[in-house]
Write a protein that binds this ligand. Structure first.
Ligand SMILES: Nc1nc(O)c(N)c(N[C@@H]2O[C@H](COP(=O)(O)O)[C@@H](O)[C@H]2O)n1
Length: 238
């Protein structure tokens, strides 16, 4: 283990970090807010490498982050991504994500995901213009949850004006529909027992717990509400 004291003048990207303790094999990950030319990345790598002698440095280019990645040890393999490896596989409770592929019948229409329903509702008004109609259709027929999300973001200015006041209630109804229409979703939800449910989003501090893990976690709270409702129903129905 080695301690490094950092003089903010020495390297201005990490000016807010004064002291870092590193284990052998730790890798320094520097993330810049925008795309950097290869030459700039090399300079950063060299500078950071000279500050943290003996530790590899990887430079990425989205968001602003400084972190230490520790290689996973034996028996410790299901961990966060490392600079060398990105792990992809749905985790056990992926069903609770709005991006998971559980189709929903909603107001007589079929949607591939709860995400698409949610964004569709943003623009669902009693008297849509032809353009709004086209936006609604493109969200309903979006080839992925991600595309539905993007369309929702791109047309933000056309959202129903009271959207922020109603979005939690709308989401609650959508999640109820998802649980009602999919036995597997209900089973997985009940399998969470009494554990806290958290949308592990590192960027959304309203629906998820956000970058500092202190966000509202509105999606997790709604799922906990629905879990309690399903349990109460089961008690009544035996
Ligand atoms: N799994 C997943 N991947 C993403 O990229 C996401 N953004 C989310 N979060 C969902 O995004 C929706 C947020 O929409 P608004 O910001 O309210 O327009 C919401 O459905 C989150 O659960 N999830």
């Amino acid at each position: 283990m080695a301690d490094f004291h950092i003089d903010s003048k020495q390297f201005n990207i990490i000016g807010d970090i004064g002291h870092v303790r590193l284990e052998p094999g730790d890798v320094i990950v520097v993330t810049s807010p925008r795309q950097l030319p290869a030459q700039a990345m090399n300079i950063i790598r060299q500078q950071v490498g000279s500050i943290f002698a003996g530790h590899k440095c990887v430079v990425l280019d989205a968001g602003m982050k400084f972190e230490v990645a520790r290689p996973a040890g034996a028996g410790d393999c299901h961990k966060l991504d490392t600079p060398e490896r990105v792990f992809f596989y749905e985790q056990d409770f992926y069903v609770l994500s709005n991006f998971s592929a559980f189709a929903i019948m909603w107001k007589g229409l079929r949607f591939d995901t709860s995400e698409a329903v949610y964004h569709w509702e943003k623009f669902n008004n009693p008297d849509p213009t032809p353009f709004e109609d086209a936006v609604l259709d493109s969200i309903r027929c979006a080839p992925s949850a991600h595309v539905a999300f993007k369309i929702g973001q791109e047309h933000k200015r056309l959202r129903r004006p009271d959207w922020d006041d109603v979005k939690v209630d709308v989401m609650r109804e959508i999640l109820r529909a998802k649980a009602d229409q999919h036995e597997y979703v209900r089973r997985k939800l009940l399998a969470t027992g009494d554990r806290e449910l958290i949308e592990d989003s590192w960027r959304d501090d309203f629906w998820g717990w956000g970058p500092n893990r202190d966000g509202k976690n509105a999606l997790g709270k709604l799922w906990m509400e629905i879990r309690a409702e399903i349990r109460a129903r089961e008690v009544v129905n035996g």
